[in-house]
Structures are given as C-alpha cells and as structure tokens.
Design a protein around this ligand. Structure first.
Ligand code: DGY
Length: 325
C-alpha cells in the first residue's frame, strides 16, 4: 500500500512506515502543493500523510474517497471538511497532547515579548538606535500579578495557565462552553462570561478551535470592551481575530499590545503595519516548532497511518463516528 507524504520528513519516520511494508511517495519541493497536485498524487495512494496547510475540502475528499486514512501532522483540523470525510467513510487522524506544552510556551514567549517590547528593542539596535539611558523612555509593563484570561481552556490553555501562575503568580479567568475542573482545582481558575473575560483580562490568550462560532470573534466590538492596558495573544488560528480591527485597536490605543503566532492570511505580507508596531510581536506559526515536539507529532501520525492502513481504529481520531457507519 502506498502513502503520499506532503513534505519531506525525517528518515527515521519514513523507515518506520517502510518497516511496516508501505511504499512512500514524498513531495520534496519547497512549496505548497496546488489543489490539483495534491489530488493528482493522492489519487494513486491509499493514505495521506498531511503536513502543512493542505485544504482537504469536499471536492478533494470526494475525488479521493478511496483513502483508507488521512493522518494530519497537526492537532488542528479546521482545513478538513470533517462532515464530508465522515460521510465518505474516511477516518481523519490528528496529533493531540504532544504539542500542548510547546504551543503554550509560544503564547508565554509572545506575552513576555510584547510586555517588554523585546522584538521592537532588538529592531532598534539593528537600526543603530541603542540609545542612551532614559529612565522613562519606551517602557514595558509588568506581568506579575496581572490577570490572565484564557479563551478556550483546553489542553494548551491549561499549560499556559500553569506557566503564568507559577512564573508570575497571575490569577486565571477563562471562558469555555464547559468548566475546566482541573484548572479550577489546581490553579484556582475562575469561569467567567465572555464579556467579563474581555473586561477583566490584562492578558487575553486565545486557545479555542476555529469554528463558525469563533471565526472573527475578536473584532472591533470585542476589542472595545477590553482594557486599554490589555495584551491580546493568539496562537490558535489567525481568522479568529479580525486583522484590520486589531490594527485599528492598537493604533488608537484601544488595547496596549498584541502577540500573534497565527495570522490571516499566512504568510503575512512583509509590509503589514502590525509588523512595525512597537507593542506587537509576530511569529510565523511556530507554535509546535521544536525538534522534540515535531518528532512526537510525526510519530503519532505514523501510528494513525499504520492503524488505518491495517483496517484498525485510529488511536487519535478526529471523527470517531466514521466507525459507526
Ligand atoms: C496545529 O497542530 O494545529 C498547529 O497549529 C500547526 O498547524
């Protein structure tokens, strides 16, 4: 059986698939596949090892409905039409858990980078502007004791809450559909309404899944309810914040700063005004980008592929109702 891999992956990962008797076809060009290329290569394969931002829409899934498994090398599955995959009987696998701490660390890094204007100061040095010691010039803000608000407190949000509680003694508030007992019991986190989350957070970090309900939820209206001193962090998905509204909110001092690991679109254009603001830090979607975490993600992807190609239930399945058919 044949697996199409949409990026070059380490030799050890490929070997574990070859050892299971699978034939591999790897996309080696340093660019995204077009929709046509993706279909062309996947059509002659039995499984897809999907790395990167491939759009697996209804058309793709219908054309490749023969697939025994699609294994995503990501925890997010917003680029897949899950309902269509389920209807067509294609199990979709993902990589939950192994990237929670690393992604939370990226939010933690952004929060500190914004609070202390670290990227801005570094850029100033590059421009020859080290400057002289002016005690009140271009200062950052403290994080100690400030309120951390989490929108979507799941695995990643919990890891961020732990880091902020332990490093900066930050009280935690959160807004979720359901309560997070672990966060409440272990960290004293408090569930609040969405409006209270906006009004009370000193740092508001987004960790929800992208859905119809969450798309564009951080916009002019919601930014206007936040504190003028607030820092907005998004390491989830770029389309959960409205970029023009965020830019206006920062330019007009509606909020104090922002740290983004995700933008809409990705990549962000190099002339985007957000990249030039002192209180903003942007990273190129590196939430899970450590050697250790990426290897673990690929190992889970391999587990899903092996299970799916052997006709077994995927250990990490996004659409388990596919097995009820
Ligand atoms: C994920 O795993 O969902 C990361 O955001 C990479 O896309």
């Amino acid at each position: 059986m044949k697996i199409f891999i949409t990026r070059e992956v380490p030799a050890t990962i490929k070997q574990s698939l070859v050892d299971n008797g699978f034939q591999l076809v790897e996309w080696t060009e340093k660019r995204d596949l077009t929709a046509h290329e993706l279909i062309h290569h996947t059509k002659s394969s039995d499984a897809l090892f999907s790395v990167g931002g491939n759009q697996l829409d209804r058309h793709f899934l219908k054309t490749c409905s023969h697939l025994k498994v699609i294994a995503l090398c990501s925890v997010g599955y917003d680029r897949v039409d899950i309902a269509a995959a389920t209807k067509l009987g294609i199990p979709i696998g993902n990589t939950p858990g192994v990237l929670s701490k690393t992604t939370a660390d990226t939010a933690f890094l952004l929060m500190q980078t914004v609070a202390r204007k670290a990227i801005h100061k570094h850029k100033e040095i590059l421009r020859g502007n080290w400057g002289f010691f002016d005690p009140m010039a271009d200062l950052g803000v403290e994080l100690h004791g400030k309120i951390l608000g989490i929108y979507g407190l799941g695995r990643i949000g919990l890891e961020l809450a732990k880091s902020c509680r332990h490093a900066f003694d930050m009280p935690i508030i959160y807004h979720n559909r359901s309560k997070n007992e672990t966060a409440e019991n272990e960290l004293g986190a408090r569930w609040v309404s969405f409006d209270d989350l906006l009004r009370q957070s000193d740092v508001l970090s987004v960790h929800a899944n992208l859905s119809k309900e969450t798309q564009g939820i951080f916009n002019r209206d919601t930014f206007s309810k936040m504190k003028k001193s607030a820092i907005f962090i998004n390491t989830a998905r770029g389309s959960m914040h409205h970029e023009v509204d965020l830019t206006n909110a920062l330019e007009n001092n509606v909020i104090w700063g922002a740290g983004l690991d995700v933008t809409d679109p990705e990549p962000m254009e190099a002339d985007n005004p957000l990249l030039y603001m002192p209180n903003v830090a942007i990273l190129p979607h590196i939430g899970s980008a450590t050697i250790e975490t990426r290897m673990k993600m690929m190992q889970l992807t391999v587990q899903n592929l092996i299970a799916g190609l052997h006709g077994n239930r995927l250990p990490h399945c996004v659409n388990p109702t596919v097995y009820e058919r």
